[in-house]
Design a protein around this ligand. Structure first.
Ligand SMILES: Cc1ncc(COP(=O)(O)O)c(C=O)c1O
Length: 390
């Protein structure tokens, strides 16, 4: 339970917060404000901690042109999920050799579009998709995505829907060769906001077996490991520092691959962008359900349908900052729509000051990723979440 005020300076340095606050004060809620200098720093930090890896930014986390342009200029590559994302990135002058089609679920015609536009790297986890790739993207590099453990320790798990068992991954890579494709490597995603660093160890152990067996039994020399995303953002439940993740992962890689290190790719989304964003909202209404009720309901002008969908099952717990101080009391926090699913936190009780009032602002920190694009078009007549990049 969060029964004390969060300290904004645990999340931002003073000058960054001042900048965000000054901008926010002149704009009407609700909106997301993203500090580009923070993303710039985050990219540098990622590169410093993973100097041996190429970064493919997961565009789905936040596809704003300001973010893509910044990362383009810093030399990032891009993990793309759809033709719409592809066109956005190409329109900014990114060359197709910096793009990977990372979605394992795709139409044959979309594979053809990617290929025609020059993309040569494709993820897969099924025979039907692989055969489509062979037809529509002849000779392309393919990497197979494997299933991982770690569902219980990731705040936003991704396994089950994506990836296949190791045996199938090997069969697919052999079939890729037989179909004239380039069996290039193996990928995994240990789950987004993965708190258990050992999840990478387990996944790399599986990758190692695939690399060895394909070489020993089929003379297929794989060249690349794509370690996906999963690196942490700063939410309420703190994680290890990125440096600890990096140290441990480097150790796992070294143990498994020693002197024969393949090309390494990472695909950060959340860890690159989240900390740069603040969703600024306003309290619409505060009520109690009876005269003796112990909990207040606090309704804000943002909710599950205006960018906060990752509060589903209360999975992601955003730090919520208010300028009000004083005695705290538990609250249920809900959005403004006429839908009872639009409750962000009910089981996990946030403590908020008793003197919080209608019209006060609530600042949802670490909301730069997976918010704007999740916002509905006009559910209940509420427009999509506005976003600003400073
Ligand atoms: C293929 C792929 N790579 C990378 C990511 C980004 O992961 P994260 O936001 O945990 O960094 C995702 C997220 O869904 C993904 O699907």
């Amino acid at each position: 339970m969060s029964d004390t005020a969060i300290t904004v300076y645990d999340y931002f340095d003073e000058s960054t917060w001042k900048r965000i606050k000054a901008f926010s004060d002149t704009h009407e809620t609700p909106f997301l404000v993203v500090d580009l200098a923070t993303i710039d720093r985050q990219y540098d930090e990622m590169s410093r901690h993973f100097p041996y890896a190429r970064t493919y930014y997961a565009v789905k986390a936040n596809p704003a042109p300001q973010v893509l342009t910044l990362l383009r200029d810093k030399g990032a590559c891009f993990d793309i999920a759809s033709t719409y994302e592809l066109d956005k990135v190409l329109a900014l002058g990114v060359t197709p050799d910096r793009i990977s089609f990372g979605n394992t679920i795709k139409k044959a015609k979309d594979i053809r579009t990617f290929y025609q536009k020059g993309v040569r790297m494709f993820a897969t986890d099924s025979e039907a998709d692989l055969r489509n790739i062979a037809k529509a993207a002849p000779g392309a590099r393919v990497y197979t995505r494997i299933l991982t453990e770690g569902t219980l320790t990731a705040d936003w798990p991704l396994s089950r829907k994506f990836g296949c068992e190791s045996d199938m991954a090997m069969d697919l890579l052999i079939l890729a060769r037989d179909l004239g494709l380039d069996p290039y490597g193996v990928s995994f995603h240990v789950g987004s906001q993965q708190r258990e660093i050992g999840a990478w160890d387990a996944a790399l152990g599986k990758v190692k077996v695939i690399f060895n067996r394909l070489w020993e039994e089929d003379r297929i020399k794989l060249k690349m490991i794509n370690m996906g995303g999963g690196f942490p953002a700063n939410y309420l439940q703190r994680t290890n520092e990125l440096s600890i993740y990096a140290e441990e992962i480097a150790r796992f890689l070294h143990e498994d691959f020693l002197d024969d290190m393949p090309e390494i790719i990472i695909e950060p989304g959340r860890s690159m962008i989240s900390n740069a964003g603040v969703l600024v909202s306003e309290v619409v209404l505060i009520s109690r359900k009876s005269r003796t009720a112990l909990h207040r309901w606090i309704y804000t002008d943002v909710g599950k349908f205006t960018g906060l969908i990752e509060t589903l099952d209360e999975s992601i717990k955003y730090p919520i900052y208010t300028e009000k101080n004083g005695e705290f009391e538990n609250a249920i926090i809900a959005g403004p729509t006429c839908d009872s699913a639009d409750i962000m936190y009910e089981n996990y009780k946030y403590g908020l000051p008793l003197n919080l009032a209608t019209g006060d602002r609530l600042y949802w920190l670490s909301t730069g990723a997976y918010t704007t694009t999740y916002s509905s078009v006009e559910f209940n007549g509420f427009p999509p979440l506005k976003d600003y990049y400073i």
